[in-house]
Design a protein around this ligand. Structure first.
Ligand code: GDP
Length: 296
C-alpha cells in the first residue's frame, strides 16, 4: 500500500469515528482496528502495530472524549505521536565531522540500492565542501567495481577498488588507508550484498567491519521489501553495529512501514531517503513530515 493510500485509510477511519454520536470503547476499537489494518497493509510489523494500539488506548481518555473535546484531533495526535516514537530510537546517528577522517560502511542486500546510495551520500557531502572517497569492497558481484567507478567518475569523487583482488577485507583496508593519507574526511566503504548466501555475507560484513573500524555503519533498505524489513534489518544488526538506516526507492511504490520496522530492528534512526535513480535524488529524513504524509 502506498503512503497516500495508507493516509487515506487512516483519515477515513478517523472521520468515521468522529461522525459517531457517542464515542465509546466500541467505536474507538473499530477506529483503531481500521488503522491497524492500514498499517499492516503498509508493511508495518505486526508487533509494532499491536503495541501502538495498546499505547493509544492507554493515552486516549474516553471520558475526556465524551466531554465534547475534539475527539478526532485527540486520537489523531495520539497516533501521530506513537508513529513518531517508533521512528525515533532516542539517540541520533553518529555525525561525521568535516575535516576529520570518518569511515562509513554501507551494508544491505543486493539490489537495495546500496552502491547508488553510497554515491548519493558522497555527492551530498561533497556539495557541502567535504572531501569524500569511495571504496568498492564488493568482490562478489561482477560489475560492482565498474558501477561504483562510473558513478564516482560522474560525481568527480576519488574511488578505490580492484578487478583482480578477491578479498574484500584487503581492498577495504587498502582503500581506507589510502584515503586517510590523502586527507579525505568521509571514506565510504561499499560492500557486497549477495542474496541466498546470507551466512557468508554476514561473516564478510563482520570481517570488513572489524578490519576497517567504521565510525558509522549504514544499513540500506529498499522501501518495497514489505514485511521482510524487520528480519532483514535485524539480521544485519546482529552481524555489524548498524548505526543508521537509509530507505531507498521512496519515489516508486513507496511503503512507509519498512522504515518503522527497520528503526525498531536496528534501534537506529533513518537519516536519508532515496527518491530516484539520480545522484541528487536524496533527501534528509525528517520524522514529523514523514508521519504527516503517512497520515494524509
Ligand atoms: P545494490 O545492488 O544494492 O548496490 O543496488 P544498486 O545501487 O545497483 O541499485 C539497484 C537499482 O535500484 C538500480 O537500478 C538503481 O538505479 C536503483 N535505485 C537505487 N536507489 C533508488 C531510488 O531511490 N529510487 C529509484 N527509483 N531507484 C533506485
Amino acid at each position: 500500500m502506498v503512503l497516500q493510500q495508507l493516509g487515506g485509510s487512516i483519515t477515513r477511519a478517523l472521520q468515521q469515528m468522529s461522525n459517531a454520536t457517542i464515542i465509546d470503547e466500541k467505536v474507538l476499537n473499530e477506529c483503531l482496528n481500521e488503522i491497524t489494518r492500514a498499517l499492516l497493509q503498509s508493511d508495518v510489523q505486526f508487533k509494532l502495530v499491536r503495541d501502538m494500539q495498546t499505547n493509544i488506548k492507554k493515552i486516549v481518555n474516553l471520558d475526556d472524549l465524551a466531554a465534547g473535546h475534539n475527539k478526532r484531533n485527540i486520537i489523531q495526535k495520539a497516533i501521530f505521536n506513537e508513529l513518531c516514537k517508533i521512528l525515533d530510537p532516542g539517540k541520533p546517528a553518529f555525525a561525521p565531522k568535516k575535516g576529520k577522517p570518518s569511515v562509513v560502511m554501507f551494508v544491505g542486500l543486493q539490489g537495495s540500492g546500496k552502491t547508488t546510495t553510497c554515491t548519493k551520500y558522497a555527492f551530498y557531502h561533497q556539495k557541502k565542501g567535504w572531501k569524500p572517497a569511495l571504496v568498492c569492497a564488493d568482490t562478489f558481484r561482477a560489475g560492482a567495481f565498474d558501477q561504483l567507478k562510473q558513478n564516482a567518475t560522474k560525481a568527480k569523487i576519488p574511488f578505490y577498488g580492484s578487478y583482480m583482488e578477491s578479498d574484500p577485507v584487503k581492498i577495504a583496508v587498502e582503500g581506507v588507508e589510502r584515503f586517510k593519507k590523502e586527507n579525505c574526511d568521509l571514506i565510504i566503504v561499499d560492500t557486497s550484498g549477495r542474496h541466498k548466501q546470507e551466512a557468508a555475507l554476514f561473516e564478510e560484513m563482520r570481517q570488513v567491519s572489524e578490519a576497517t573500524k567504521p565510525d558509522l555503519v549504514i544499513f540500506v533498505m529498499d522501501s518495497s521489501i514489505g514485511q521482510a524489513a524487520f528480519d532483514q534489518a535485524q539480521a544485519f544488526k546482529q552481524s555489524v553495529a548498524v548505526g543508521a538506516v537509509i530507505i531507498t526507492k521512496m519515489d516508486g511504490h513507496a511503503k512507509g512501514g519498512g522504515a518503522l520496522s527497520a528503526v525498531a530492528a536496528t534501534k537506529s534512526p533513518v537519516i536519508f531517503i532515496g527518491t530516484g535513480e539520480h545522484m541528487d535524488e536524496f533527501e534528509i529524513f525528517d520524522v514529523k513530515p514523514f508521519v504527516s504524509r503517512l497520515l494524509g
